[in-house]
Design a protein around this ligand. Structure first.
Ligand code: NDP
Length: 445
Protein backbone atom coordinates (compact mmCIF):
# COMPACT_ATOMS: atom_id res chain seq x y z
CA UNK A 1 0.00 0.00 0.00
CA UNK A 2 1.35 3.46 -0.84
CA UNK A 3 2.20 5.98 1.88
CA UNK A 4 -0.74 8.20 0.81
CA UNK A 5 -3.28 5.35 0.85
CA UNK A 6 -1.96 4.15 4.20
CA UNK A 7 -2.51 7.60 5.77
CA UNK A 8 -6.03 7.83 4.28
CA UNK A 9 -7.00 4.41 5.68
CA UNK A 10 -5.52 5.08 9.12
CA UNK A 11 -7.23 8.47 9.31
CA UNK A 12 -10.61 6.97 8.45
CA UNK A 13 -10.14 4.15 10.96
CA UNK A 14 -9.13 6.48 13.77
CA UNK A 15 -12.04 8.92 13.26
CA UNK A 16 -15.22 6.83 13.12
CA UNK A 17 -18.55 8.59 12.40
CA UNK A 18 -16.91 11.52 10.57
CA UNK A 19 -18.03 10.85 6.96
CA UNK A 20 -17.69 14.43 5.65
CA UNK A 21 -14.18 14.64 7.08
CA UNK A 22 -13.26 11.30 5.45
CA UNK A 23 -14.58 12.58 2.11
CA UNK A 24 -12.39 15.69 2.32
CA UNK A 25 -9.28 13.74 3.33
CA UNK A 26 -9.80 11.27 0.46
CA UNK A 27 -10.37 14.14 -2.00
CA UNK A 28 -7.19 16.01 -1.07
CA UNK A 29 -4.74 13.21 -0.28
CA UNK A 30 -5.60 10.98 -3.23
CA UNK A 31 -4.20 13.68 -5.58
CA UNK A 32 -0.84 13.80 -3.82
CA UNK A 33 0.85 10.53 -4.95
CA UNK A 34 3.06 12.21 -7.61
CA UNK A 35 4.08 14.93 -5.13
CA UNK A 36 5.13 12.32 -2.56
CA UNK A 37 7.16 10.49 -5.23
CA UNK A 38 8.95 13.73 -6.09
CA UNK A 39 9.53 14.89 -2.50
CA UNK A 40 10.35 11.96 -0.18
CA UNK A 41 11.27 14.49 2.54
CA UNK A 42 7.52 15.00 3.12
CA UNK A 43 7.09 11.36 4.10
CA UNK A 44 10.25 11.40 6.26
CA UNK A 45 8.79 14.35 8.20
CA UNK A 46 5.35 12.63 8.44
CA UNK A 47 3.72 15.67 6.84
CA UNK A 48 0.53 13.83 5.87
CA UNK A 49 -0.02 12.23 9.29
CA UNK A 50 0.45 15.66 10.89
CA UNK A 51 -1.65 17.64 8.40
CA UNK A 52 -4.78 15.49 8.83
CA UNK A 53 -4.78 16.04 12.61
CA UNK A 54 -6.05 19.47 13.78
CA UNK A 55 -3.75 21.45 16.08
CA UNK A 56 -6.73 21.46 18.44
CA UNK A 57 -10.55 21.15 18.46
CA UNK A 58 -12.40 23.06 21.16
CA UNK A 59 -16.02 22.31 22.09
CA UNK A 60 -17.96 24.52 24.48
CA UNK A 61 -21.41 25.18 25.97
CA UNK A 62 -23.43 28.18 24.72
CA UNK A 63 -26.32 29.04 27.07
CA UNK A 64 -28.74 31.81 26.04
CA UNK A 65 -32.19 33.05 26.97
CA UNK A 66 -35.02 33.03 24.40
CA UNK A 67 -37.76 35.67 24.18
CA UNK A 68 -40.03 33.63 26.48
CA UNK A 69 -37.47 33.59 29.29
CA UNK A 70 -36.45 29.94 28.70
CA UNK A 71 -32.79 28.95 28.93
CA UNK A 72 -31.54 27.28 25.73
CA UNK A 73 -28.27 25.41 25.39
CA UNK A 74 -26.30 24.97 22.17
CA UNK A 75 -22.88 23.55 21.42
CA UNK A 76 -20.05 25.79 20.15
CA UNK A 77 -16.96 24.62 18.26
CA UNK A 78 -13.66 25.97 16.99
CA UNK A 79 -11.29 23.67 15.09
CA UNK A 80 -7.85 25.31 14.81
CA UNK A 81 -6.41 23.13 12.10
CA UNK A 82 -3.06 24.38 10.86
CA UNK A 83 -1.05 27.56 11.39
CA UNK A 84 2.01 26.88 9.22
CA UNK A 85 1.29 29.80 6.89
CA UNK A 86 -0.25 32.32 9.29
CA UNK A 87 -2.86 32.80 12.04
CA UNK A 88 -5.76 30.33 11.95
CA UNK A 89 -8.42 31.65 9.56
CA UNK A 90 -11.85 30.34 8.60
CA UNK A 91 -15.55 31.00 9.00
CA UNK A 92 -18.17 30.27 11.64
CA UNK A 93 -21.28 28.31 10.64
CA UNK A 94 -24.59 28.43 12.55
CA UNK A 95 -26.81 25.58 11.37
CA UNK A 96 -28.53 22.67 13.17
CA UNK A 97 -26.46 20.17 11.14
CA UNK A 98 -23.14 21.46 12.54
CA UNK A 99 -21.00 18.78 14.19
CA UNK A 100 -17.30 17.95 14.51
CA UNK A 101 -17.15 15.98 11.26
CA UNK A 102 -18.52 18.87 9.21
CA UNK A 103 -16.24 21.41 10.87
CA UNK A 104 -13.20 19.17 10.45
CA UNK A 105 -13.95 18.77 6.73
CA UNK A 106 -14.37 22.53 6.36
CA UNK A 107 -11.28 23.34 8.43
CA UNK A 108 -9.16 20.80 6.54
CA UNK A 109 -10.22 22.19 3.15
CA UNK A 110 -9.65 25.72 4.45
CA UNK A 111 -5.92 25.04 4.98
CA UNK A 112 -5.36 24.47 1.25
CA UNK A 113 -7.81 27.13 0.09
CA UNK A 114 -6.08 29.78 2.20
CA UNK A 115 -2.72 28.62 0.91
CA UNK A 116 -3.93 29.02 -2.69
CA UNK A 117 -4.66 32.71 -2.10
CA UNK A 118 -0.91 33.12 -1.31
CA UNK A 119 -1.91 35.34 1.64
CA UNK A 120 -0.45 34.51 5.10
CA UNK A 121 -3.35 32.56 6.62
CA UNK A 122 -3.58 29.18 8.36
CA UNK A 123 -6.76 27.06 8.34
CA UNK A 124 -9.64 26.81 10.84
CA UNK A 125 -13.43 26.53 11.06
CA UNK A 126 -16.02 26.82 13.79
CA UNK A 127 -19.64 27.43 14.59
CA UNK A 128 -22.60 26.04 16.43
CA UNK A 129 -25.63 23.76 16.02
CA UNK A 130 -27.76 26.85 16.72
CA UNK A 131 -30.55 27.35 14.15
CA UNK A 132 -30.98 31.06 13.32
CA UNK A 133 -34.21 30.39 11.36
CA UNK A 134 -37.24 31.92 13.05
CA UNK A 135 -35.22 33.59 15.82
CA UNK A 136 -35.88 37.23 16.71
CA UNK A 137 -33.22 39.91 16.33
CA UNK A 138 -32.74 39.96 20.14
CA UNK A 139 -32.36 36.17 20.32
CA UNK A 140 -29.70 36.30 17.59
CA UNK A 141 -27.87 39.00 19.53
CA UNK A 142 -28.01 37.14 22.84
CA UNK A 143 -26.80 33.94 21.21
CA UNK A 144 -23.89 35.70 19.46
CA UNK A 145 -22.87 37.37 22.72
CA UNK A 146 -22.90 34.10 24.66
CA UNK A 147 -20.99 32.31 21.87
CA UNK A 148 -18.36 35.07 21.96
CA UNK A 149 -17.92 34.79 25.73
CA UNK A 150 -16.02 31.53 25.03
CA UNK A 151 -14.70 32.29 21.56
CA UNK A 152 -13.01 35.44 22.87
CA UNK A 153 -10.34 33.35 24.62
CA UNK A 154 -9.46 31.51 21.40
CA UNK A 155 -9.10 34.32 18.87
CA UNK A 156 -6.90 37.36 18.13
CA UNK A 157 -5.33 39.14 15.16
CA UNK A 158 -2.12 37.05 15.38
CA UNK A 159 -3.80 33.91 16.67
CA UNK A 160 -7.13 33.04 15.02
CA UNK A 161 -9.39 35.26 12.89
CA UNK A 162 -12.93 33.90 12.32
CA UNK A 163 -15.37 35.17 9.65
CA UNK A 164 -18.88 34.27 8.42
CA UNK A 165 -20.29 31.16 6.72
CA UNK A 166 -23.78 29.63 6.54
CA UNK A 167 -26.06 31.45 9.00
CA UNK A 168 -23.36 33.98 9.92
CA UNK A 169 -23.29 37.28 8.00
CA UNK A 170 -22.46 40.91 8.76
CA UNK A 171 -25.19 41.13 11.42
CA UNK A 172 -23.88 38.17 13.44
CA UNK A 173 -20.22 39.21 13.04
CA UNK A 174 -21.27 42.68 14.26
CA UNK A 175 -22.74 41.26 17.49
CA UNK A 176 -19.72 39.03 18.03
CA UNK A 177 -17.27 41.87 17.41
CA UNK A 178 -19.21 44.10 19.83
CA UNK A 179 -19.03 41.50 22.60
CA UNK A 180 -15.37 40.75 21.87
CA UNK A 181 -14.54 44.46 22.03
CA UNK A 182 -16.26 44.72 25.41
CA UNK A 183 -14.38 41.73 26.82
CA UNK A 184 -11.03 43.02 25.51
CA UNK A 185 -11.62 46.64 26.52
CA UNK A 186 -10.12 48.04 23.33
CA UNK A 187 -10.77 48.04 19.59
CA UNK A 188 -9.26 44.74 18.42
CA UNK A 189 -10.59 45.05 14.85
CA UNK A 190 -8.19 42.48 13.36
CA UNK A 191 -9.62 39.53 15.32
CA UNK A 192 -12.74 39.02 13.16
CA UNK A 193 -13.41 39.66 9.45
CA UNK A 194 -16.66 40.24 7.61
CA UNK A 195 -17.36 43.20 9.88
CA UNK A 196 -19.65 46.02 8.76
CA UNK A 197 -17.97 49.03 7.18
CA UNK A 198 -18.52 51.21 10.26
CA UNK A 199 -16.75 48.60 12.44
CA UNK A 200 -13.57 48.32 10.36
CA UNK A 201 -14.87 45.94 7.68
CA UNK A 202 -13.63 45.94 4.09
CA UNK A 203 -15.55 47.05 1.05
CA UNK A 204 -16.29 44.08 -1.27
CA UNK A 205 -16.18 41.50 1.57
CA UNK A 206 -19.96 40.99 1.29
CA UNK A 207 -19.73 40.40 -2.45
CA UNK A 208 -16.33 38.67 -2.42
CA UNK A 209 -17.12 34.94 -2.54
CA UNK A 210 -19.80 35.31 -5.22
CA UNK A 211 -17.88 37.85 -7.30
CA UNK A 212 -14.68 35.84 -6.90
CA UNK A 213 -16.45 32.69 -8.11
CA UNK A 214 -17.49 34.49 -11.30
CA UNK A 215 -14.02 36.00 -11.84
CA UNK A 216 -12.60 32.48 -11.57
CA UNK A 217 -15.30 31.08 -13.87
CA UNK A 218 -14.75 33.83 -16.44
CA UNK A 219 -10.99 33.18 -16.55
CA UNK A 220 -11.55 29.42 -16.81
CA UNK A 221 -14.05 29.84 -19.66
CA UNK A 222 -11.81 32.33 -21.50
CA UNK A 223 -8.95 29.84 -21.24
CA UNK A 224 -11.21 27.34 -23.04
CA UNK A 225 -12.14 29.91 -25.70
CA UNK A 226 -15.68 30.38 -24.31
CA UNK A 227 -17.41 33.72 -23.66
CA UNK A 228 -19.61 33.89 -20.56
CA UNK A 229 -21.87 36.43 -22.29
CA UNK A 230 -25.18 34.90 -23.37
CA UNK A 231 -24.68 31.68 -21.38
CA UNK A 232 -27.49 30.35 -19.19
CA UNK A 233 -26.75 29.61 -15.53
CA UNK A 234 -28.41 27.84 -12.61
CA UNK A 235 -27.33 28.83 -9.09
CA UNK A 236 -28.37 26.87 -6.01
CA UNK A 237 -28.85 28.71 -2.72
CA UNK A 238 -29.93 32.31 -2.24
CA UNK A 239 -27.58 33.29 0.56
CA UNK A 240 -24.49 35.46 0.52
CA UNK A 241 -22.51 33.45 -2.04
CA UNK A 242 -25.42 32.74 -4.41
CA UNK A 243 -26.73 36.32 -4.50
CA UNK A 244 -23.43 37.93 -5.42
CA UNK A 245 -22.55 35.16 -7.87
CA UNK A 246 -25.86 35.92 -9.58
CA UNK A 247 -25.22 39.67 -9.58
CA UNK A 248 -21.73 39.38 -11.13
CA UNK A 249 -22.75 36.67 -13.63
CA UNK A 250 -25.51 38.97 -14.87
CA UNK A 251 -23.14 41.95 -15.02
CA UNK A 252 -20.92 39.87 -17.32
CA UNK A 253 -23.88 39.01 -19.57
CA UNK A 254 -24.96 35.55 -18.39
CA UNK A 255 -28.65 34.78 -17.80
CA UNK A 256 -29.42 33.21 -14.41
CA UNK A 257 -32.51 31.01 -14.80
CA UNK A 258 -32.99 29.67 -11.28
CA UNK A 259 -32.03 29.99 -7.61
CA UNK A 260 -33.07 28.02 -4.52
CA UNK A 261 -33.25 27.74 -0.75
CA UNK A 262 -33.62 24.58 1.33
CA UNK A 263 -37.40 24.68 0.70
CA UNK A 264 -37.40 24.77 -3.10
CA UNK A 265 -36.32 26.67 -6.20
CA UNK A 266 -37.57 29.54 -8.33
CA UNK A 267 -37.34 29.33 -12.13
CA UNK A 268 -37.51 32.64 -13.99
CA UNK A 269 -37.50 32.10 -17.78
CA UNK A 270 -36.47 35.73 -18.44
CA UNK A 271 -33.72 35.61 -15.81
CA UNK A 272 -33.73 36.14 -12.03
CA UNK A 273 -34.27 39.76 -10.97
CA UNK A 274 -31.45 40.14 -8.46
CA UNK A 275 -32.89 43.24 -6.78
CA UNK A 276 -36.09 41.31 -5.93
CA UNK A 277 -33.99 38.41 -4.65
CA UNK A 278 -31.91 40.72 -2.44
CA UNK A 279 -35.04 42.30 -0.97
CA UNK A 280 -36.55 38.92 -0.10
CA UNK A 281 -33.40 37.33 1.25
CA UNK A 282 -31.25 40.15 2.64
CA UNK A 283 -33.87 42.66 3.81
CA UNK A 284 -37.05 40.70 4.59
CA UNK A 285 -35.22 37.38 5.40
CA UNK A 286 -38.13 35.49 3.78
CA UNK A 287 -38.45 32.14 1.99
CA UNK A 288 -37.58 32.15 -1.74
CA UNK A 289 -41.18 31.25 -2.62
CA UNK A 290 -42.03 34.94 -1.95
CA UNK A 291 -40.25 35.79 -5.23
CA UNK A 292 -43.44 34.89 -7.12
CA UNK A 293 -45.28 37.79 -5.49
CA UNK A 294 -43.02 40.21 -7.34
CA UNK A 295 -42.46 38.28 -10.61
CA UNK A 296 -45.61 36.41 -11.69
CA UNK A 297 -43.83 34.96 -14.75
CA UNK A 298 -41.62 32.87 -12.43
CA UNK A 299 -42.38 29.31 -11.27
CA UNK A 300 -41.75 27.65 -7.90
CA UNK A 301 -40.94 24.00 -7.23
CA UNK A 302 -40.81 22.72 -3.65
CA UNK A 303 -37.92 20.28 -4.19
CA UNK A 304 -34.62 22.17 -4.07
CA UNK A 305 -32.63 19.24 -5.53
CA UNK A 306 -34.66 19.36 -8.76
CA UNK A 307 -32.94 22.64 -9.63
CA UNK A 308 -30.26 20.47 -11.29
CA UNK A 309 -32.78 19.08 -13.80
CA UNK A 310 -32.95 22.51 -15.48
CA UNK A 311 -31.05 22.68 -18.77
CA UNK A 312 -28.20 25.21 -18.50
CA UNK A 313 -24.69 25.98 -19.74
CA UNK A 314 -23.25 26.83 -16.32
CA UNK A 315 -24.11 25.08 -13.03
CA UNK A 316 -23.03 26.98 -9.92
CA UNK A 317 -23.76 25.12 -6.65
CA UNK A 318 -23.68 27.80 -3.91
CA UNK A 319 -25.75 26.24 -1.09
CA UNK A 320 -24.13 23.42 0.88
CA UNK A 321 -22.02 20.24 0.88
CA UNK A 322 -23.01 17.20 -1.20
CA UNK A 323 -25.94 18.93 -2.91
CA UNK A 324 -24.88 17.41 -6.26
CA UNK A 325 -24.64 13.63 -6.05
CA UNK A 326 -24.06 11.21 -8.92
CA UNK A 327 -27.73 11.41 -10.01
CA UNK A 328 -27.76 15.21 -10.28
CA UNK A 329 -24.40 15.20 -12.04
CA UNK A 330 -25.65 12.65 -14.59
CA UNK A 331 -28.72 14.80 -15.28
CA UNK A 332 -26.62 17.93 -15.78
CA UNK A 333 -24.35 16.07 -18.20
CA UNK A 334 -27.34 14.62 -20.08
CA UNK A 335 -28.64 18.20 -20.46
CA UNK A 336 -25.35 19.33 -21.97
CA UNK A 337 -23.86 21.39 -19.12
CA UNK A 338 -20.59 23.04 -20.23
CA UNK A 339 -19.13 23.98 -16.90
CA UNK A 340 -19.61 23.45 -13.15
CA UNK A 341 -18.00 25.95 -10.76
CA UNK A 342 -18.42 25.40 -7.02
CA UNK A 343 -19.37 28.37 -4.81
CA UNK A 344 -20.28 26.22 -1.79
CA UNK A 345 -17.76 24.01 0.01
CA UNK A 346 -17.65 20.42 -1.34
CA UNK A 347 -21.10 20.71 -3.01
CA UNK A 348 -20.35 17.83 -5.38
CA UNK A 349 -19.89 14.31 -4.02
CA UNK A 350 -16.75 12.39 -5.01
CA UNK A 351 -18.73 10.33 -7.56
CA UNK A 352 -20.27 13.47 -9.05
CA UNK A 353 -16.82 15.05 -9.53
CA UNK A 354 -15.58 11.86 -11.18
CA UNK A 355 -18.49 11.96 -13.63
CA UNK A 356 -17.83 15.61 -14.51
CA UNK A 357 -14.16 14.95 -15.17
CA UNK A 358 -14.82 11.78 -17.20
CA UNK A 359 -17.33 13.65 -19.36
CA UNK A 360 -14.98 16.60 -19.92
CA UNK A 361 -17.24 19.08 -18.16
CA UNK A 362 -15.08 22.12 -17.30
CA UNK A 363 -14.88 21.85 -13.50
CA UNK A 364 -13.89 24.60 -11.05
CA UNK A 365 -13.40 23.02 -7.59
CA UNK A 366 -14.57 24.85 -4.45
CA UNK A 367 -11.25 25.38 -2.77
CA UNK A 368 -10.05 27.37 -5.78
CA UNK A 369 -13.30 28.84 -7.13
CA UNK A 370 -14.74 30.06 -3.80
CA UNK A 371 -11.47 31.35 -2.29
CA UNK A 372 -12.47 34.97 -3.01
CA UNK A 373 -14.22 35.33 0.36
CA UNK A 374 -11.24 34.38 2.47
CA UNK A 375 -8.89 36.27 0.14
CA UNK A 376 -10.87 39.45 0.80
CA UNK A 377 -10.89 38.63 4.50
CA UNK A 378 -7.10 38.56 4.19
CA UNK A 379 -7.28 42.01 2.60
CA UNK A 380 -9.53 43.15 5.48
CA UNK A 381 -6.84 41.97 7.94
CA UNK A 382 -4.20 43.98 6.04
CA UNK A 383 -6.36 47.12 6.10
CA UNK A 384 -7.03 46.67 9.84
CA UNK A 385 -3.30 46.31 10.52
CA UNK A 386 -2.51 49.42 8.49
CA UNK A 387 -5.51 51.30 9.95
CA UNK A 388 -6.71 52.43 6.56
CA UNK A 389 -9.50 51.51 4.15
CA UNK A 390 -9.09 50.84 0.45
CA UNK A 391 -11.77 51.89 -2.08
CA UNK A 392 -14.26 49.41 -3.55
CA UNK A 393 -12.40 49.52 -6.87
CA UNK A 394 -9.04 48.83 -5.22
CA UNK A 395 -10.28 45.76 -3.29
CA UNK A 396 -12.28 44.48 -6.28
CA UNK A 397 -9.21 44.75 -8.52
CA UNK A 398 -7.07 42.84 -6.03
CA UNK A 399 -9.80 40.17 -5.70
CA UNK A 400 -9.95 39.77 -9.46
CA UNK A 401 -6.15 39.43 -9.70
CA UNK A 402 -6.09 36.83 -6.91
CA UNK A 403 -8.82 34.71 -8.56
CA UNK A 404 -7.09 34.80 -11.96
CA UNK A 405 -3.82 33.82 -10.29
CA UNK A 406 -5.45 30.95 -8.38
CA UNK A 407 -6.85 29.59 -11.65
CA UNK A 408 -3.45 29.60 -13.34
CA UNK A 409 -1.61 28.20 -10.31
CA UNK A 410 -4.08 25.29 -10.10
CA UNK A 411 -3.91 24.70 -13.86
CA UNK A 412 -0.10 24.73 -13.90
CA UNK A 413 0.21 22.41 -10.89
CA UNK A 414 -2.18 19.96 -12.59
CA UNK A 415 -0.09 20.06 -15.74
CA UNK A 416 3.21 19.62 -13.88
CA UNK A 417 2.06 16.58 -11.89
CA UNK A 418 0.32 14.67 -14.68
CA UNK A 419 -3.29 15.76 -14.12
CA UNK A 420 -3.81 17.92 -17.21
CA UNK A 421 -7.29 19.50 -17.22
CA UNK A 422 -8.02 18.41 -13.61
CA UNK A 423 -8.20 21.62 -11.56
CA UNK A 424 -9.27 19.73 -8.44
CA UNK A 425 -5.96 17.87 -8.37
CA UNK A 426 -4.10 21.04 -9.36
CA UNK A 427 -5.67 23.12 -6.58
CA UNK A 428 -5.01 20.41 -3.99
CA UNK A 429 -1.38 20.09 -5.03
CA UNK A 430 -0.64 23.83 -5.32
CA UNK A 431 -2.29 24.49 -1.94
CA UNK A 432 -0.59 21.53 -0.25
CA UNK A 433 2.99 22.24 -1.34
CA UNK A 434 3.14 25.71 0.26
CA UNK A 435 1.80 24.36 3.57
CA UNK A 436 4.06 21.28 3.52
CA UNK A 437 7.16 23.40 2.82
CA UNK A 438 6.32 25.72 5.73
CA UNK A 439 5.75 22.71 8.03
CA UNK A 440 9.12 21.25 6.99
CA UNK A 441 10.85 24.56 7.71
CA UNK A 442 9.22 24.87 11.15
CA UNK A 443 10.22 21.43 12.46
CA UNK A 444 8.17 18.62 13.96
CA UNK A 445 5.32 20.25 15.89
P1 NDP B 1 -25.94 31.56 3.70
O1 NDP B 1 -26.37 31.13 5.04
O2 NDP B 1 -25.87 33.02 3.40
O3 NDP B 1 -26.85 30.88 2.58
C1 NDP B 1 -26.96 29.50 2.44
C2 NDP B 1 -28.00 29.24 1.37
O4 NDP B 1 -28.02 27.86 1.02
C3 NDP B 1 -29.40 29.60 1.83
O5 NDP B 1 -30.14 30.06 0.72
C4 NDP B 1 -29.93 28.23 2.30
O6 NDP B 1 -31.34 28.10 2.30
C5 NDP B 1 -29.34 27.34 1.24
N1 NDP B 1 -29.28 25.94 1.66
C6 NDP B 1 -28.77 25.44 2.80
N2 NDP B 1 -28.90 24.11 2.82
C7 NDP B 1 -29.48 23.79 1.64
C8 NDP B 1 -29.87 22.58 1.05
N3 NDP B 1 -29.68 21.40 1.67
N4 NDP B 1 -30.43 22.63 -0.20
C9 NDP B 1 -30.62 23.81 -0.84
N5 NDP B 1 -30.29 24.99 -0.29
C10 NDP B 1 -29.72 24.97 0.91
O7 NDP B 1 -24.50 30.87 3.45
P2 NDP B 1 -23.36 31.30 2.45
O8 NDP B 1 -23.94 31.79 1.18
O9 NDP B 1 -22.40 32.14 3.19
O10 NDP B 1 -22.64 29.89 2.21
C11 NDP B 1 -23.05 28.98 1.19
C12 NDP B 1 -21.92 28.00 0.92
O11 NDP B 1 -20.75 28.71 0.52
C13 NDP B 1 -21.49 27.15 2.11
O12 NDP B 1 -21.06 25.89 1.64
C14 NDP B 1 -20.28 27.90 2.65
O13 NDP B 1 -19.42 27.07 3.39
C15 NDP B 1 -19.65 28.35 1.35
N6 NDP B 1 -18.74 29.48 1.46
C16 NDP B 1 -19.16 30.68 1.98
C17 NDP B 1 -18.27 31.74 2.03
C18 NDP B 1 -18.70 33.10 2.49
O14 NDP B 1 -17.88 34.03 2.35
N7 NDP B 1 -19.92 33.29 2.96
C19 NDP B 1 -16.86 31.59 1.63
C20 NDP B 1 -16.56 30.32 1.01
C21 NDP B 1 -17.47 29.30 0.98
P3 NDP B 1 -32.17 28.21 3.70
O15 NDP B 1 -32.19 29.65 4.01
O16 NDP B 1 -33.49 27.62 3.35
O17 NDP B 1 -31.40 27.39 4.71
Amino acid sequence: MSYVRDVIEKTIKSTPREPEFHQAVEEVLSCLEPVMDEKPEYQEAAILERIVEPDRSIIFRVPWEDDHGNIQINRGFRVQYNSALGPYKGGLRFHPSVNLSILKFLGFEQIFKNSLTTLPMGGAKGGSDFDPKGKSEKEIMRFCQSFTNELAYLIGADLDVPAGDIGVGTREIGYMFGQYKKIKRGYPAGALTGKGITSGGSLVRTQATGYGLIYFLDEMLKDHGINIKGKTAVISGSGNVAIYACEKAQQLGAKVLAMSDSGGYVYAPDGINIEIMKKIKEVDRERIEEYLKYDPSAHYCDNCKDIWTIKCDLALPCATQNEITEAEAAKLIENGVLCVAEGANMPSSGKAVKLFLENRVIFGPAKAANAGGVATSGLEMSQNSMRLAWSFEEVDKRLNQIMVQIYHNAKNAALKYGYEGNLLAGANIAGFIRVADAMLAQGVL
